[in-house]
Write a protein that binds this ligand. Structure first.
Ligand code: APR
Length: 175
């Protein structure tokens, strides 16, 4: 496991000056509210035009586009699981979002990647559980991604940031 390259910050991911930002999308990839809406707004209509060519994306998988008017070079779109009751493979699907985004980041030679808190908004994934899954998956996967210099969780509010900080601290204590 490797937590050294994971950082937790509070901020607006559309401002991230990194190689790739991750978008908590839906399976249509045609935009929505929340961070999806903010990213499309900031990137401009060319992002939607490219998304239209992708044919959607399955929950837990990821697809990459350019960043257009965003400061980030790429946007990696991943539909997180919509939380039901925890018995519909939600945890594994959420983990695969983080895994597949890192895989695409490596394939596209991204050294810095920013993630939002996938599925904890409209998709109602319990925040503390999602934070634990996110940091553990990132720490495990980063072992195999030597070329990724830094991954940040960009939390939109204080409550979310605290949840990810707590999850990361607990993981560090395990190392
Ligand atoms: N920067 C960083 N994080 C943000 C931003 C932003 N500009 N805007 C919102 N967020 C945060 C939310 O506060 C939440 O913590 O992103 C997290 C994920 O929430 P949602 O955007 O609602 O995403 P999600 O829960 O995965 O639901 C996805 O919502 O917007 C639609 O099209 C999207 O159908 C999809 C669904």
């Amino acid at each position: 496991m490797n937590t050294a390259r994971i950082e937790i910050i509070q901020g607006d991911i559309t401002k991230s000056e990194v190689d790739a930002i991750v978008n908590a999308a839906n399976t249509s990839l045609l935009g929505g509210g929340g961070v999806d809406g903010a990213i499309h707004m900031a990137a401009g209509s060319a992002l939607l035009a490219e998304c239209r060519t992708l044919g959607g994306c399955k929950t837990g998988e990821a697809k990459i586009t350019r960043g257009y008017r965003l400061p980030a070079k790429f946007v990696i779109h991943t539909p997180g699981p919509r939380y039901k009751d925890g018995n519909h493979n939600e945890a594994e699907l959420l983990a695969s979002c983080y895994r597949n985004c890192l895989k695409l980041a490596v394939e596209n030679h991204c050294a810095t990647v920013d993630f939002p808190s996938i599925s904890t908004g409209v998709y109602s994934f319990p925040l503390n559980d999602a934070a634990k899954i996110a940091v553990r998956t990132l720490a495990e996967e980063l072992e195999h991604c030597p070329n990724i210099k830094r991954v940040r969780m960009v939390c939109f509010d204080q409550k979310t940031m605290k949840a990810y900080e707590t999850a990361l601290e607990a993981l560090k204590a395990e190392e």
